[in-house]
Design a protein around this ligand. Structure first.
Ligand SMILES: [Fe+2]
Length: 451
């Protein structure tokens, strides 16, 4: 049982029974958990009558016949159909969905932004979401969107779910609580969370202000990448992913549920908390992961490998080898390669690369790519180390070198990413970013043996 033992109580408006943020280890496991003893049926899913007068309900994350199917059985105070009434369309003008191609915005180019600053305006998880880029099409369930969130206020008697997408949340500042139907996830910088499509939740501020990044995945769910010759160990290990234990609220209070559906937002009013799942079992659940447990592997003699070795999670696209999204982590590690240009090489890429800095300094861009900031190198747009990084790496004495105090990530997608008007006009875009390559000089003069 999970009684309220957490000193960080939910909201002042809450009188929840299960408020403890406890976790179960494993990636995609068939979990089972109950907040009251005997609430979970054993040996079957649909007893004629469930214990405690609960309703049985299934949440499906795949088609029935997918292999393996992803689904979770919930035993709840009311079925979800009671958590939904007539819908009213609302506008969240800063949360955009693909396709969102603004004819007045140029997405072709190399872009970099400083951290989006907080404002004096109180913002929740919903009103504080700021879309930076969109890719693909939310209606055909391909592609993604990238967002910055700026959150200072808890959602109170206000709940949300996205039918469009799975959300990958990457905090950069502040601590958040995701009180979900399937349990509670507390999240802080250096951790990530995945909130599945269709799952109802409320986001509370444990320590604010909060800023971070979100990858909204319209497509197939994130999964662990194939390890290939790396074998069974290192990278992201399955046991380091944590799904929450069951926690529920029995709370009769006027409440609002906001739903994102095909890129549009709607609200529905109900008279109680929808977080009323007392017990559940299945493999379709939210989870968190501590990025400090990511074990990087790399070159140990010469050359610079592809960043695919830093892939924490990948969301397939249906075309082998071209992910809908790869989530890639650049964290502390040793560099030991001999006679090698160690930073990333110059390149053009069919995949479009959106990066964010969680903390510290990124090796290919010693200046300007700041914590909380983002950069975009779109499909087939050339990029690479700036002048300072090139000269430093080309002339360094190559002993073992620790890249310390560094944690950046990339949302990489097979689809071009289109800037929103917010990203182009309101976010702190660095107009001089492309100047970081201006001073790269021609060194070639035809002299044999010259380096
Ligand atoms: Fe790149």
């Amino acid at each position: 049982m999970n009684r309220p033992t957490d000193p960080h109580a939910l909201t002042q408006a809450s009188t929840p029974v299960g408020t403890h943020a406890g976790y179960m280890p494993g990636f995609g496991n068939d979990f089972e958990t109950e907040a009251l003893p005997g609430a979970l049926p054993q040996g079957m899913n649909s007893p004629q009558k469930c214990n405690y007068g609960l309703y049985g309900e299934q949440l499906s994350g795949t088609a029935f016949t997918a292999n393996p199917p992803e689904r979770t059985w919930c035993y709840r105070i009311r079925p979800s159909v009671k958590h939904s009434h007539r819908y009213e369309k609302i506008d969240l003008p800063y949360w955009k969905s693909a396709p969102n191609v603004d004819p007045d915005v140029i997405s072709l180019g190399q872009y970099r932004w400083d951290a989006v600053p907080h404002s004096d305006q109180p913002l929740t998880w919903l009103t504080g979401m700021r879309t930076m880029t969109t890719a693909g099409d939310v209606n055909t369930q391909v592609g993604m969107a990238s967002h910055i969130y700026l959150v200072t206020e808890s959602m109170v008697d206000d709940y949300f779910f996205s039918a469009d997408s799975e959300l990958l949340v990457v905090p950069q500042e502040g601590r958040l609580r995701f009180a979900t139907e399937l349990g509670i996830i507390d999240l802080e910088p250096k951790e990530i969370a995945i909130i599945p499509r269709g799952l109802v939740y409320r986001v509370e501020v444990l320590e604010g202000p909060c800023r971070g990044f979100v990858c909204e995945n319209y497509g197939q769910k994130f999964e662990l990448p194939g390890r290939g010759p790396i074998g069974a160990n290192c990278m992201a290990n399955p046991r380091d992913f944590k799904a929450p234990v069951a926690a529920f609220e029995d709370r009769e209070v006027p409440s609002t549920v906001t739903i994102k559906w095909c890129g549009q937002f709607h609200t529905t009013k109900i008279g109680h908390s929808p977080l009323d799942v007392v017990a559940w079992h299945g493999n379709y659940a939210p989870y968190k992961y501590d990025l400090r447990t990511y074990c990087p592997v790399g070159a140990i003699l010469f050359d610079h490998p592809d960043p695919s070795i830093f892939t924490v999670l990948t969301a397939p696209s249906g075309v082998p080898g071209t992910a809908n999204i790869d989530f890639v982590l650049f964290r502390e590690r040793w560099m030991v390669m001999e006679d090698t240009f160690r930073p990333p090489w110059y390149h053009k890429n069919i995949m479009s690369e959106l990066m964010g800095n969680i903390y510290g300094q990124y090796d290919a861009k010693p200046q300007g790519f700041v914590p909380g900031g983002m950069s975009l190198h779109n499909m087939m747009i050339p990029h690479g180390p700036d002048k300072e990084a090139f000269e430093k790496a080309s002339n360094a004495n190559l002993g073992p070198d620790k890249l310390d105090n560094t944690m950046s990530f990339m949302f990489e997608t097979r689809f071009p990413q289109h800037l929103t008007a917010f990203a182009a006009n309101e976010a702190p875009l660095q107009d001089d970013y492309i100047d970081c390559w201006t001073d790269l000089e021609k060194k070639f003069d035809g002299t044999p043996g010259k380096k």
